[in-house]
Design a protein around this ligand. Structure first.
Ligand code: NAD
Length: 305
């Protein structure tokens, strides 16, 4: 089977090497399309491949139509909102992600950004400590669970809310389970977002919700910019001078947010999963999943069932 790695932003060289080794050991063939700049290059490269590994690359209906042999697409990473999963399902193409492989990388970044925020973005003035502060984790998935583990090391009081993960699973991890998003925002000095971008969550982090945070609240977003109602968050930041917002990837309205100097920070490029470890883990997991799919029909990580 022919497996294409199509990455506008390539994997680290060690990850590509690992992917190649896995794919070839299973008797499959690897082809690479890295740093492509035109959609036409992608449309041409997918023509005769049976499988694809992508990162944040857009796999639209046009790409899926051009890939007449395609049976499986694996997103090396967690979020798969860049892939037209419904259209792939119509065409009987399996879409998978590689959950958990970059979760520790993202969780560590949360604390890098948090320390930066509570120390006033290193302006030389006294800030505060994380120890004893209440951390609310919105969505107790792979990243959320790693955030909880690290938060305990900082001596934070940890709560979480997840619309699908049962409260007893959250409590079993030694984390207080909130009954609603509202309770989480009302009772947390810091709220860290780990929800996927879905029809329910897009723009769900809005004025009414964030305004429930106590005085001095910090909102940390390493999820997706789309989950934020930017217009409403800007209005709230203007009204409440005690609030801070830190994000991994610039909001669309970055030029408006930067006006809140000392209360806003965004990484210049999405940095959450950008570690050598996460890169290699996700790439190799994707290769193994493709091999298992062709060998045994394994679809354990399918996201468009
Ligand atoms: P995951 O699939 O392991 O966990 C997602 C959790 O969200 C699940 O527990 C699910 O039950 C919960 N959930 C879904 N809809 C919800 C809702 N409406 N309300 C509350 N909870 C809800 O994913 P993950 O690996 O923890 O990653 C979470 C998100 O973080 C990804 O979807 C992605 O958008 C983002 N992410 C960002 C980076 C980065 O580079 N910054 C890297 C990885 C993931």
């Amino acid at each position: 089977m022919k497996v294409l790695v199509a990455t506008e932003k390539p994997f680290a060289a060690a990850a590509v090497e690992g992917i190649k080794k896995e794919i070839e050991a299973a008797g499959n063939e690897l082809v690479l399309l890295e740093r492509y700049t035109e959609k036409a290059q992608l449309l041409d490269a997918v023509k005769d491949v049976d499988a694809m590994i992508v990162r944040s690359d857009k796999v639209t209906s046009e790409v899926l139509d051009a890939a007449s042999q395609l049976k499986i697409v694996v997103r090396a990473g967690a979020g798969y909102d860049s892939i037209d999963t419904a259209y792939a399902k119509q065409k009987n193409i399996v879409v998978e992600n590689t959950p958990g492989q970059n979760a520790n990388a993202v969780a560590e970044l949360v604390f890098g950004m948090l320390v930066y925020a509570v120390r006033n973005f290193f302006n030389g003035k006294a800030g505060s400590e994380l120890k004893g502060k209440r951390l609310g984790i919105l969505a107790f998935g792979n990243v959320g669970r790693n955030v909880a583990r690290i938060a305990k090391g900082f001596g934070m009081e940890v709560s979480a809310y997840d619309a699908f993960c049962p409260a007893d699973v959250i409590e079993a991890a030694g984390v207080h389970a909130c009954k609603s998003q509202e309770e989480l925002f009302q009772t947390s000095d810091v709220v860290s977002l780990h929800i996927p971008a879905t029809a329910e969550t897009i723009k769900s982090i809005n004025y009414a919700l964030v305004n429930q945070m106590p005085k001095g609240g910090i909102l940390v977003n390493t999820a997706r910019k789309e989950v934020i109602n930017e217009e409403e968050l800007l209005k709230l930041l203007a009204e409440r001078e005690d609030l801070k917002y830190v994000a991994d990837i610039k909001p669309d309205a970055d030029a408006e947010f930067v006006k809140f100097e000392g209360r806003y920070f965004a990484t210049p490029k999405k940095m959450g999963a950008q570690t050598a470890e996460a890169n290699v883990n996700a790439g190799i997991a994707a290769a193994k999943q493709i091999n298992a799919f062709f060998k045994d029909g394994d679809t354990k990580f399918q996201v468009n069932k």
